[in-house]
Design a protein around this ligand. Structure first.
Ligand code: AMO
Length: 428
């Protein structure tokens, strides 16, 4: 019979009663009842009940849960409560046996801790909760691409192996590159800015790398970033795009991933628009009122963000940071050069995105690099683009993995990443 499917299980409807079909999947459950065997067969799209009777039942070899089989059979009505139809098997092919004991229970009857699940991720993907998270991740990617394309952003792919730091700072992974030292890109920052010269509005969805020794539920060494950069826009314009994107994505998932939400046990609530905007200075005031000792210019610590997150629940923009806390490419405010045209998007305490208006004057950019102890010579390839007619531009980077945790209501980014990388996890 082979393994050609005529149908995915999820596509079988009552209209097929009386028809012969071939389905394939893995055995989720198996019950032998005298002269009959009941199999619940799952594939990525759904689950169905298979009845095996008569000679076929007699000749049925060793079958066990999670083995992969294909079945030719007849769709028929059923008395079973949990199913709309069943399939009477005419022929069964055992395609691959599962060797027991299995390291995790994909049905989730026996719960495994996250490390055990991540060590056996492929099998964990048969757990419907895990599969639902990754189906949602797929929808989110589709949603983001469709709205950015609608807004006339062009998708680009920038190099991940680079010759010098894109963000400055220390958290770079280095590697040997034909006798030279290369680095893994921390972000597409410099390339995306350069692309505004000719493409005006660009976006990228790719993995980036940070050598941060953080052991938290929100830091990974390899994370997926959604980045945009747009010419002729300022930070308010790109904040609006980010807000629209978040609302659109939430709406899309809320309406189109109903089964996944049920399986995960979390309902996606569409956030209210407009998102609140709180300035950094306001936050400093609020923190001092709450008894924290913090001055203008101090960075906001995790404990500060947690306090602010309690006061401003859900999504809010934290804007107008001091220049000295922002990277070299961020532009100052004309009316107060100590402040920057920048923002973070917060979800409670969790930072989801940061962005701002960029400097596009090469002389000021060089001064800023020097002020931050970065060598302008290291940035020569980037700086040359600013001599070719660099339009004013703005953009942001959004952590996709963090965004997903807000959508599925699970705190740990490792749950929404296939094979997460962190200081302790390099395999599988
Ligand atoms: P930033 O460094 O703030 O900005 O990164 C942008 C967003 O990426 C996510 N993120 C991470 N997620 C998981 N693990 C990590 N280690 C990690 N690091 C960052 C966060 C963060 O808000 N170039 C600028 C963006 C810009 O201005 O366009 C940048 O990289 O959600």
């Amino acid at each position: 019979m082979g393994f050609v499917k005529t149908h995915d299980i999820g596509d079988i409807t009552a209209s097929l009663v009386g028809s012969e079909i071939t389905v394939g999947g893995w055995i989720e459950d198996l019950r032998k009842m005298g002269k009959m065997t009941f199999i619940t067969l799952r594939d990525v799209s759904g689950i169905s009940q298979i009845i095996v009777k008569g000679d076929l039942n007699e000749s049925l070899g060793e079958l066990n849960r999670q083995s992969v089989i294909s079945i030719r059979g007849l769709v028929q009505e059923t008395k079973a409560r949990d199913f709309a139809f069943e399939v009477k098997a005419l022929e069964i092919d055992i395609l691959a046996k599962a060797i027991h004991p299995l390291p995790v229970d994909p049905i989730g009857r026996i719960e495994s801790n996250i490390d055990t699940r991540l060590n056996h991720r492929a099998l964990d993907m048969r757990n419907q909760k895990t599969a639902s998270i990754f189906k949602i991740r797929h929808h989110v990617l589709q949603s983001l691409r469709s709205i950015l394309t609608e807004k006339k952003f062009i998708e680009i792919t920038t190099p991940k192996i680079i010759g010098s730091a894109s963000e400055g700072g220390a958290n770079l992974f280095s590697l040997e590159y034909f006798g030279k030292t290369a680095y893994l890109a921390q972000s597409p920052q410099l390339y995306k800015e350069q692309m505004t010269i000719g493409l005006e509005r660009v976006f990228e969805i790719s993995n980036f790398y940070r050598a941060e020794k953080s052991h938290t539920g929100r830091h990974l060494s390899e994370f997926t970033s959604v980045d945009i950069e747009a010419a002729f826009m300022d930070y308010n314009d790109v904040m609006n795009i980010l807000e629209e994107l978040i609302i659109h994505t939430y709406k899309d998932i809320s309406e189109n991933c109903i089964t996944e939400q049920q399986v995960i046990g979390h309902t996606v609530n569409i956030p209210k628009s407009p998102f609140e905007k709180v300035t950094y200075s306001q936050c400093v005031e609020e923190l001092n009122e709450a008894g924290e000792k913090i001055e203008f210019g101090d960075d906001l610590l995790d404990s500060h963000l947690r306090l602010l997150g309690k006061k401003h629940e859900g999504f809010f923009f934290l804007t107008d940071w001091p220049m000295k806390l922002k990277p070299f490419y961020i532009r100052e405010k004309d009316e107060n050069p100590e402040l920057s045209r920048s923002f973070d998007l917060q979800y409670g305490y969790l930072e989801l995105s940061s962005g701002g208006t960029r400097l596009h004057n090469p002389e000021i950019l060089k001064t800023r690099l020097a002020e931050q102890d970065l060598d302008p010579l290291q940035f020569a390839d980037h700086l040359q683009a600013f001599d070719w007619g660099m339009p004013p531009h703005s953009g942001w980077g959004l952590g996709l993995d963090r965004l997903l945790t807000t959508l599925v209501g699970i705190d740990n980014v490792r749950e929404v990443v296939l094979y997460p990388r962190d200081p302790d996890r390099l395999k599988p």
